[in-house]
Design a protein around this ligand. Structure first.
Ligand SMILES: Cc1cc2nc3c(=O)[nH]c(=O)nc-3n(C[C@H](O)[C@H](O)[C@H](O)COP(=O)(O)OP(=O)(O)OC[C@H]3O[C@@H](n4cnc5c(N)ncnc54)[C@H](O)[C@@H]3O)c2cc1C
Ligand code: FES
Length: 262
Protein backbone atom coordinates (compact mmCIF):
# COMPACT_ATOMS: atom_id res chain seq x y z
CA UNK A 1 0.00 0.00 0.00
CA UNK A 2 1.48 3.38 -1.03
CA UNK A 3 1.04 6.77 0.64
CA UNK A 4 -2.44 8.00 -0.31
CA UNK A 5 -1.17 10.94 -2.37
CA UNK A 6 1.19 8.84 -4.47
CA UNK A 7 -0.07 7.00 -7.53
CA UNK A 8 0.22 3.23 -7.23
CA UNK A 9 -0.12 1.10 -10.36
CA UNK A 10 -2.75 -1.47 -9.37
CA UNK A 11 -3.38 -4.65 -11.30
CA UNK A 12 -6.85 -5.41 -12.61
CA UNK A 13 -8.06 -8.70 -11.12
CA UNK A 14 -11.53 -8.93 -12.58
CA UNK A 15 -14.11 -6.88 -14.48
CA UNK A 16 -17.76 -7.70 -13.78
CA UNK A 17 -20.83 -6.38 -15.59
CA UNK A 18 -23.41 -5.05 -13.12
CA UNK A 19 -25.93 -3.93 -15.75
CA UNK A 20 -25.66 -3.06 -19.48
CA UNK A 21 -24.03 0.33 -18.73
CA UNK A 22 -22.13 -0.31 -15.51
CA UNK A 23 -19.11 -2.51 -14.75
CA UNK A 24 -17.10 -3.08 -11.60
CA UNK A 25 -13.32 -3.15 -11.97
CA UNK A 26 -11.64 -5.07 -9.14
CA UNK A 27 -8.06 -4.06 -8.40
CA UNK A 28 -5.17 -5.53 -6.49
CA UNK A 29 -4.94 -2.53 -4.13
CA UNK A 30 -4.77 -2.88 -0.35
CA UNK A 31 -6.56 0.02 1.27
CA UNK A 32 -8.76 0.80 4.23
CA UNK A 33 -11.68 2.78 2.87
CA UNK A 34 -15.03 3.77 4.28
CA UNK A 35 -18.14 3.75 2.06
CA UNK A 36 -18.39 7.17 0.39
CA UNK A 37 -14.62 7.69 0.14
CA UNK A 38 -13.16 7.87 -3.35
CA UNK A 39 -9.90 7.26 -5.22
CA UNK A 40 -8.38 9.10 -8.17
CA UNK A 41 -8.01 6.66 -11.08
CA UNK A 42 -5.31 7.41 -13.68
CA UNK A 43 -5.08 5.99 -17.18
CA UNK A 44 -1.80 7.02 -18.80
CA UNK A 45 -2.55 9.35 -21.71
CA UNK A 46 -6.23 9.70 -20.74
CA UNK A 47 -6.12 11.60 -17.45
CA UNK A 48 -7.28 11.07 -13.91
CA UNK A 49 -10.82 11.09 -12.44
CA UNK A 50 -12.49 10.37 -9.11
CA UNK A 51 -14.40 7.13 -8.44
CA UNK A 52 -16.09 5.96 -5.26
CA UNK A 53 -14.80 2.82 -3.63
CA UNK A 54 -17.58 0.29 -4.16
CA UNK A 55 -15.86 -2.79 -2.67
CA UNK A 56 -13.03 -2.95 -0.16
CA UNK A 57 -11.48 -5.93 1.55
CA UNK A 58 -8.97 -8.75 1.25
CA UNK A 59 -6.31 -6.48 -0.34
CA UNK A 60 -8.60 -5.53 -3.22
CA UNK A 61 -10.89 -2.64 -4.02
CA UNK A 62 -13.65 -2.31 -6.58
CA UNK A 63 -14.66 0.72 -8.64
CA UNK A 64 -18.13 0.59 -10.15
CA UNK A 65 -18.09 2.58 -13.35
CA UNK A 66 -20.91 3.82 -15.59
CA UNK A 67 -20.01 4.29 -19.28
CA UNK A 68 -20.54 8.02 -19.76
CA UNK A 69 -17.66 9.53 -21.70
CA UNK A 70 -14.19 8.67 -23.02
CA UNK A 71 -12.52 8.08 -19.66
CA UNK A 72 -15.17 5.85 -18.14
CA UNK A 73 -15.37 3.83 -21.38
CA UNK A 74 -11.59 3.25 -21.26
CA UNK A 75 -11.94 2.13 -17.65
CA UNK A 76 -14.60 -0.36 -18.65
CA UNK A 77 -12.33 -1.71 -21.42
CA UNK A 78 -9.65 -2.75 -18.89
CA UNK A 79 -8.97 -6.48 -18.80
CA UNK A 80 -7.63 -8.72 -16.01
CA UNK A 81 -3.84 -8.30 -15.92
CA UNK A 82 -4.04 -4.67 -17.07
CA UNK A 83 -3.03 -1.80 -14.78
CA UNK A 84 -4.63 1.36 -13.48
CA UNK A 85 -3.00 4.19 -11.47
CA UNK A 86 -4.69 4.76 -8.11
CA UNK A 87 -4.28 7.54 -5.53
CA UNK A 88 -6.27 7.59 -2.32
CA UNK A 89 -8.63 6.81 -0.69
CA UNK A 90 -9.61 10.42 -0.14
CA UNK A 91 -12.38 12.42 1.50
CA UNK A 92 -14.90 11.89 4.23
CA UNK A 93 -17.21 8.93 3.76
CA UNK A 94 -20.60 8.14 5.28
CA UNK A 95 -20.67 8.13 9.10
CA UNK A 96 -22.51 5.02 10.23
CA UNK A 97 -25.20 5.97 12.74
CA UNK A 98 -26.93 3.57 15.12
CA UNK A 99 -30.55 2.70 14.48
CA UNK A 100 -32.68 2.14 11.42
CA UNK A 101 -31.25 3.39 8.13
CA UNK A 102 -32.77 4.30 4.78
CA UNK A 103 -30.28 4.27 1.90
CA UNK A 104 -31.53 6.06 -1.21
CA UNK A 105 -29.75 5.59 -4.54
CA UNK A 106 -30.55 6.96 -7.98
CA UNK A 107 -29.13 5.30 -11.13
CA UNK A 108 -25.35 4.87 -11.10
CA UNK A 109 -25.31 7.00 -7.94
CA UNK A 110 -25.86 3.67 -6.19
CA UNK A 111 -22.18 2.82 -6.94
CA UNK A 112 -21.00 3.39 -3.33
CA UNK A 113 -24.25 2.27 -1.71
CA UNK A 114 -23.94 -1.53 -1.94
CA UNK A 115 -20.76 -1.23 0.14
CA UNK A 116 -22.54 1.17 2.53
CA UNK A 117 -25.50 -1.20 3.01
CA UNK A 118 -23.10 -4.06 3.80
CA UNK A 119 -21.21 -1.98 6.38
CA UNK A 120 -24.46 -0.77 8.01
CA UNK A 121 -25.69 -4.37 8.26
CA UNK A 122 -22.31 -5.48 9.67
CA UNK A 123 -22.70 -2.75 12.33
CA UNK A 124 -26.11 -4.20 13.25
CA UNK A 125 -28.43 -1.64 11.63
CA UNK A 126 -31.76 -2.43 10.09
CA UNK A 127 -31.57 -1.09 6.52
CA UNK A 128 -34.16 -0.17 3.89
CA UNK A 129 -32.52 0.35 0.48
CA UNK A 130 -34.62 2.53 -1.83
CA UNK A 131 -33.14 1.69 -5.20
CA UNK A 132 -34.28 4.02 -7.98
CA UNK A 133 -33.46 4.12 -11.70
CA UNK A 134 -35.02 5.27 -14.95
CA UNK A 135 -35.63 1.70 -16.06
CA UNK A 136 -35.07 -1.92 -14.96
CA UNK A 137 -31.78 -2.33 -16.83
CA UNK A 138 -30.22 0.63 -14.94
CA UNK A 139 -30.89 -0.68 -11.43
CA UNK A 140 -27.70 -1.21 -9.48
CA UNK A 141 -26.96 -3.30 -6.37
CA UNK A 142 -30.55 -4.25 -5.47
CA UNK A 143 -29.55 -7.95 -5.28
CA UNK A 144 -26.37 -7.13 -3.36
CA UNK A 145 -28.33 -5.13 -0.76
CA UNK A 146 -30.89 -7.92 -0.51
CA UNK A 147 -28.12 -10.48 0.05
CA UNK A 148 -26.73 -8.27 2.83
CA UNK A 149 -30.10 -8.47 4.62
CA UNK A 150 -31.57 -5.08 3.66
CA UNK A 151 -35.23 -4.62 2.74
CA UNK A 152 -35.13 -3.38 -0.86
CA UNK A 153 -37.73 -1.07 -2.39
CA UNK A 154 -37.17 -0.86 -6.15
CA UNK A 155 -38.56 2.15 -8.06
CA UNK A 156 -38.32 2.77 -11.78
CA UNK A 157 -39.50 5.90 -13.60
CA UNK A 158 -41.16 3.76 -16.30
CA UNK A 159 -42.52 1.04 -13.99
CA UNK A 160 -40.49 -1.71 -15.72
CA UNK A 161 -39.48 -3.11 -12.27
CA UNK A 162 -40.79 -2.52 -8.76
CA UNK A 163 -43.04 0.45 -8.16
CA UNK A 164 -43.50 3.10 -10.86
CA UNK A 165 -42.22 6.47 -9.72
CA UNK A 166 -39.29 8.22 -8.10
CA UNK A 167 -37.18 7.00 -5.20
CA UNK A 168 -38.11 10.21 -3.39
CA UNK A 169 -41.83 9.26 -3.50
CA UNK A 170 -41.01 5.93 -1.84
CA UNK A 171 -38.84 7.72 0.74
CA UNK A 172 -41.62 10.20 1.56
CA UNK A 173 -43.98 7.28 2.31
CA UNK A 174 -41.32 5.47 4.31
CA UNK A 175 -40.63 8.52 6.49
CA UNK A 176 -44.35 8.88 7.18
CA UNK A 177 -44.92 5.25 8.08
CA UNK A 178 -41.72 4.14 9.87
CA UNK A 179 -39.23 5.59 12.30
CA UNK A 180 -35.99 6.08 10.38
CA UNK A 181 -32.93 7.33 12.25
CA UNK A 182 -30.71 8.33 9.33
CA UNK A 183 -31.06 8.62 5.54
CA UNK A 184 -27.96 8.15 3.36
CA UNK A 185 -28.11 9.15 -0.29
CA UNK A 186 -26.12 9.28 -3.53
CA UNK A 187 -27.41 10.01 -7.02
CA UNK A 188 -28.54 12.90 -9.20
CA UNK A 189 -28.27 16.12 -7.21
CA UNK A 190 -31.88 17.07 -7.88
CA UNK A 191 -32.89 13.78 -6.20
CA UNK A 192 -30.55 14.33 -3.24
CA UNK A 193 -31.86 17.89 -2.77
CA UNK A 194 -35.39 16.44 -2.51
CA UNK A 195 -34.16 13.74 -0.11
CA UNK A 196 -32.52 16.39 2.10
CA UNK A 197 -35.74 18.46 2.04
CA UNK A 198 -37.85 15.45 3.09
CA UNK A 199 -35.42 14.68 5.91
CA UNK A 200 -35.47 18.29 7.12
CA UNK A 201 -39.31 18.29 7.09
CA UNK A 202 -39.42 15.04 9.05
CA UNK A 203 -36.56 15.95 11.44
CA UNK A 204 -34.52 12.93 10.29
CA UNK A 205 -30.74 12.96 10.05
CA UNK A 206 -29.35 12.79 6.49
CA UNK A 207 -26.01 12.42 4.69
CA UNK A 208 -25.52 13.01 0.96
CA UNK A 209 -22.54 12.34 -1.30
CA UNK A 210 -21.84 15.22 -3.70
CA UNK A 211 -19.96 15.17 -7.00
CA UNK A 212 -17.93 18.14 -8.16
CA UNK A 213 -15.21 18.42 -10.80
CA UNK A 214 -11.97 17.25 -9.15
CA UNK A 215 -8.32 17.49 -10.08
CA UNK A 216 -6.04 16.95 -7.08
CA UNK A 217 -8.53 15.07 -4.85
CA UNK A 218 -7.03 16.24 -1.54
CA UNK A 219 -7.70 19.94 -1.05
CA UNK A 220 -4.93 21.72 -2.97
CA UNK A 221 -6.24 22.93 -6.36
CA UNK A 222 -9.57 24.45 -5.23
CA UNK A 223 -11.39 22.99 -8.26
CA UNK A 224 -14.16 21.40 -6.18
CA UNK A 225 -14.99 24.46 -4.02
CA UNK A 226 -18.64 24.87 -3.04
CA UNK A 227 -19.61 27.81 -0.84
CA UNK A 228 -16.26 27.89 0.94
CA UNK A 229 -15.94 24.12 1.29
CA UNK A 230 -13.88 21.66 -0.71
CA UNK A 231 -15.91 18.64 -1.74
CA UNK A 232 -12.82 16.40 -2.00
CA UNK A 233 -11.56 17.23 1.51
CA UNK A 234 -14.64 18.32 3.53
CA UNK A 235 -16.89 15.80 1.69
CA UNK A 236 -17.81 14.23 -0.63
CA UNK A 237 -20.31 13.12 2.03
CA UNK A 238 -21.96 16.01 3.87
CA UNK A 239 -24.43 15.93 6.78
CA UNK A 240 -27.77 17.74 6.56
CA UNK A 241 -26.50 20.58 8.78
CA UNK A 242 -23.87 21.42 6.14
CA UNK A 243 -26.03 20.72 3.09
CA UNK A 244 -28.51 23.32 4.35
CA UNK A 245 -25.75 25.94 4.12
CA UNK A 246 -24.54 25.00 0.60
CA UNK A 247 -26.30 27.44 -1.73
CA UNK A 248 -24.96 25.58 -4.79
CA UNK A 249 -26.44 22.25 -3.61
CA UNK A 250 -29.01 21.21 -6.21
CA UNK A 251 -28.62 24.34 -8.32
CA UNK A 252 -25.13 24.95 -9.72
CA UNK A 253 -21.75 23.31 -10.32
CA UNK A 254 -18.36 24.20 -11.72
CA UNK A 255 -16.92 22.74 -14.93
CA UNK A 256 -13.29 21.80 -15.65
CA UNK A 257 -12.38 25.50 -16.06
CA UNK A 258 -13.99 26.45 -12.74
CA UNK A 259 -16.92 28.29 -14.38
CA UNK A 260 -20.27 27.96 -12.61
CA UNK A 261 -22.97 26.18 -14.61
CA UNK A 262 -26.26 27.20 -12.92
C1 LIG B 1 -16.37 11.99 -5.57
C2 LIG B 1 -16.76 11.41 -6.90
C3 LIG B 1 -17.03 10.06 -6.98
C4 LIG B 1 -17.42 9.50 -8.22
N1 LIG B 1 -17.70 8.16 -8.23
C5 LIG B 1 -18.09 7.60 -9.40
C6 LIG B 1 -18.41 6.20 -9.43
O1 LIG B 1 -18.36 5.49 -8.43
N2 LIG B 1 -18.79 5.69 -10.63
C7 LIG B 1 -18.88 6.45 -11.77
O2 LIG B 1 -19.23 5.91 -12.82
N3 LIG B 1 -18.57 7.77 -11.76
C8 LIG B 1 -18.17 8.35 -10.62
N4 LIG B 1 -17.84 9.70 -10.59
C9 LIG B 1 -17.85 10.43 -11.88
C10 LIG B 1 -16.52 10.20 -12.62
O3 LIG B 1 -15.46 10.85 -11.93
C11 LIG B 1 -16.51 10.82 -14.05
O4 LIG B 1 -16.96 12.14 -13.97
C12 LIG B 1 -17.40 10.06 -15.01
O5 LIG B 1 -16.90 8.74 -15.14
C13 LIG B 1 -17.46 10.71 -16.38
O6 LIG B 1 -16.19 10.83 -16.93
P1 LIG B 1 -15.91 10.62 -18.51
O7 LIG B 1 -14.58 11.14 -18.84
O8 LIG B 1 -16.18 9.23 -18.88
O9 LIG B 1 -17.03 11.51 -19.21
P2 LIG B 1 -16.98 13.02 -19.67
O10 LIG B 1 -17.89 13.11 -20.83
O11 LIG B 1 -15.59 13.53 -19.79
O12 LIG B 1 -17.62 13.77 -18.43
C14 LIG B 1 -19.01 13.71 -18.17
C15 LIG B 1 -19.26 14.56 -16.91
O13 LIG B 1 -18.55 13.99 -15.80
C16 LIG B 1 -18.10 15.02 -14.92
N5 LIG B 1 -16.63 14.95 -14.81
C17 LIG B 1 -15.73 14.83 -15.80
N6 LIG B 1 -14.47 14.84 -15.29
C18 LIG B 1 -14.60 14.98 -13.96
C19 LIG B 1 -13.67 15.07 -12.88
N7 LIG B 1 -12.34 15.08 -13.06
N8 LIG B 1 -14.17 15.21 -11.63
C20 LIG B 1 -15.49 15.21 -11.39
N9 LIG B 1 -16.42 15.16 -12.37
C21 LIG B 1 -15.98 15.03 -13.63
C22 LIG B 1 -18.53 16.34 -15.54
O14 LIG B 1 -19.77 16.73 -14.97
C23 LIG B 1 -18.72 16.01 -17.00
O15 LIG B 1 -19.65 16.87 -17.60
C24 LIG B 1 -17.50 10.30 -9.38
C25 LIG B 1 -17.22 11.67 -9.30
C26 LIG B 1 -16.87 12.23 -8.07
C27 LIG B 1 -16.59 13.69 -7.97
S1 FES C 1 -10.06 18.54 -6.23
FE1 FES C 1 -8.44 19.89 -5.73
S2 FES C 1 -9.19 20.92 -3.97
FE2 FES C 1 -10.72 19.43 -4.36
Amino acid sequence: MGKPRETVMARVLEVRAENPRVKTVYLDFAAKAAPGQFVMAWIPGEGEKPFSVSFCGGARIGLTVAAIGPFSRKLQELKPGGVLGIRGPFGKGFKLKEGKAAVVGGGCGSAPLGFLVEELRRAGSEVVFVNGAKTKSELLFAARANAAGARVIVCTDDGSEGRKGFATDALAELLESEKIDCVYTCGPEVMMKKVAGLCAQNCVDCQASLERFMKCGFGVCGQCAVDGMLVCRDGPVFPLSRLARLREFGSARRDACGSVDA
